[in-house]
Design a protein around this ligand. Sequence first.
Ligand code: SF4
Length: 486
Amino acid sequence: MDNIYFDLDGTLTDPKPGITRSIQYALRKLDREVPSEDELTWCIGPPLRASFATLLGDDGLADRGLALYRERFADIGLYENAVYPDIEHVLTELARPGRRLFVATSKPAIYAKRIVEHFNLAHHFATVFGSELDGRRVHKDELLAYLEAVLRVYNRYGRRDNLFKARIKILVKERGADKFRDEVEAEWAHLKDGPATLISEEVERVAGRFTRPAYQVLRDESLRTDARYAFPPFQGWLKRNVHPHKVPGYAAVTLSLKKTGVPPGDVSADQMEAIARLADRYSFGELRVSHEQNLILADVPQRDLLELWREARALGLATPNIGLLTNIIACPGGDFCSLANAKSIPVAEAIQQRFEDLDYLHDIGELDLNISGCMNACGHHHVGHIGILGVDKNGEEWYQIEIGGNQGEIRPGQGASLGKVLGPSFARADVPDVVERLIKCYLEHRDGDAERFIDVVHRIGTEPFKEEVYGHAHQRPSHRPEPAIA
Ligand code: SF4
């Protein structure tokens, strides 16, 4: 189990005094009868606005009750709280490399974070998730209608007249996030409690589609120590392409679609037929597609891994490079997409060829390299540890390099990040050299094998990488022509 989620109230801390006394405070201010603290324990856990509507017998007064509650809770009630005995010990015991702990609570995130920090628990958690003070993100049955409000605003103001600006992110940038949010909220006010609100029967109907496979009772195999499995190619594949499963005796397997010489994410019709047979034989007939352009068999018995590996290897689908530099995400780019500024696929292939040596690739360690053929960013270049963006310069294809992007937490408490542009763009033929120089700089600066490329960029900043690529700042041409980004 890699991710563990903890509720806050009633799980990590006992919030009873702070919550019940702050409710009493609000009721007193409203001249209402004030129940005892014990009589108010049912209010701990559910969304408070709904509890106030019940307590006051008047939905219209619930917001006022909540505002008064927060008047006291924000400064006093928040800290009338106690960590349950042994929680610190439990969290410490659960910590291990590769595992992340989260707090997920219906309490507003702003309060949840303060409580976790106040009790010195923050260092245990990657992120604290909570609701917003205005009640957003409280009810899942409202989610669909809220998304409809977002789409309506996009439909009204979005640039459907211009292929290059027809993305919602362009609209958010043009109008500003605050204005866009206000417009969504205004639209939401009309849609709230309307026909798009999910009813529990519908949620259950959809949930019924996600059935649990008929897992067998199996034991975990000794994959790392058993002599049957002890040969390097298989161990390399186990390390990179096989992932832990929550059911004993099973594993999830990534079929790599990142073989050098094949466009990232491509499979032939014959391969696809064979993959469907693998899914039938090894994974309950189910196959998943990942955003990293690979295929995943999610429920493979560990005892079948060796056989699956042999078959996948014969099909060219067992390259042990998941999470490594050659597991490149690349959009179709100029070979197939009419919006492209530049080609992506030949750039990906040139980089894969440059870094084909698997030993070197494993030495470099985890690194996401993403390529987009234009600003629309279908290749997620802006969240690649190294991101490459095709740009247009007077009808010629150039490539802008970014570093420091990341699609998940970089370390507990430090979330996703967007890459920073390194400097002037490069011709296609230069891109593999530039990547090589970035890797050289990383290897020279890393503290040890465990420190990833992205960790080093965030520790030392981009300047040493710029220096490696462009030379010292004082040597760089101050007016090197930079292509306009179309
Ligand atoms: S990012 Fe790539 S696939 Fe997306 S629109 Fe641009 S060129 Fe086309």
